[in-house]
Unconditional design. Sequence first.
Length: 477
Amino acid sequence: MNESLVKSRAFINGEWVTTDKRFRVDDPFSQELIVEVSDCGEKEVNQAIDAAHNAFQTWSKTTAQERSDKLLAWYDLIIDNIDDLAELLTTEQGKPLKEAKGEIQYGANYIKWFAEEALRIDGDIIPSPDGQKQIHVIKQPVGVVGIITPWNFPQAMIARKVAPALAAGCTVVIKPAAETPLSALAMAELAQQAGIPDGVINLVPTSEASVIGEALTSSSKVRKISFTGSTKVGKILMSQAAENVQHVTMELGGNAPFIVFDDADIDDAVEGIMASKFRNSGQTCVCANRVFIHENIYQNIVEKLTEKVASLKTGSGLEDDVAITPLINQAGIDKVKRLVQSAKDSGAKVIVGGNVSDKHNQIYEPTLLTEVSFDMDIACEEIFGPVLTLIPFSNEESVVEQANATKAGLAAYVYTDDRHRIKRLSEQIESGMIGFNEGIISNHMAPFGGVKESGMGREGSKYGISDYLDIKYLCIK
Ligand code: ADP
């Protein structure tokens, strides 16, 4: 690995800053220390906010072309370093190297996309009611953005927020997850090499998330909070952000239904389920959380999935062909154990797996549970582990009702060959995104985001930059 990308200090105003306190970042597979990282508190986050606020005065006035060029230079450096960044990501987060490389490319795609979108922040001229004036609409960056991200996509969740922010002319203070600050710090290093000016990107790793969250939301210099993480923390941040009426983008938890009708292509559906469920060992907010299978094809699908799930190899993310790697921490394992136990107690059957691996205390075996029902805890909470739960159903109306019986509304998946059903379900299913006959839906050109308690705002696509822009109306006579 390129050691110059392994950073252990905070990044404030273009400087690498040491703090008195440090916290450990461990490799989830070896469970050994990778490096101790600066532990920021109120002092450092306030310095970062001031730096971002000062940098905003100049960055917001740069030309769109200048911002676009800088973002493209950053993109190029990320791609030049993709192998090292992927290895670093796997080391701190655990996911298979191939997935880590996929994440770096996926995150980088947002940077390139928003470099292009920077050039298209167009306004409008609208006719006035009396014909005597001109109504002009211009768009301006909202200001300093506080960014808080989770550990499951340590690079992409940051790229997806920083890229539109910078493209719009905003500056940022980032708080990465304590489990995975290293990918974020490496990105900051490359941003500096790409010529992104001091203070535009600031990064404050911490073991005390709430201190940073409170500082970001209580500062009148911060005009927006962009958060990806749990619904519980999202609600805390939204209520704190209300104090200064900050903009919020909230990408919160999901509880994705995956529905397979009896007219679907069964092999395709099985592929889709496997891809959607087991990516990142089940630790994504768009992973299939509840898989509804029509009773006519249920047995057939159980047989096919049994073989597929049983063949998933477990181990270190750095080994070849490994699909299932350690969960991020012991709390992740405890949650999966609790949900599987409670499902078993309520009548679910374990067909494959069902235990912590005997090879590694933080790997949960790839697991297939059948005879799950939509009201069990395991179908109501995000599992965040490699556990596939199958729920039989008999008709469209009842399955839609069950799919919608959740406060979450992020992703949903439907496999069917009936175009009329696709039209009906497009409207009836309550989620921000639906994959029809597709299990992997997220990319930089599409609007990612949820409805209900899964959040608000969209990331990626032509819609993604608007979250970072204020609209100003000019009445000109
Ligand atoms: P997860 O279960 O995925 O860790 P969290 O919502 O707990 O989800 O964490 C997502 C991000 O939110 C992480 O960076 C975490 O440190 C941060 N976080 C957790 N609690 C708070 C808080 N009270 N204020 C601000 N950020 C927080």
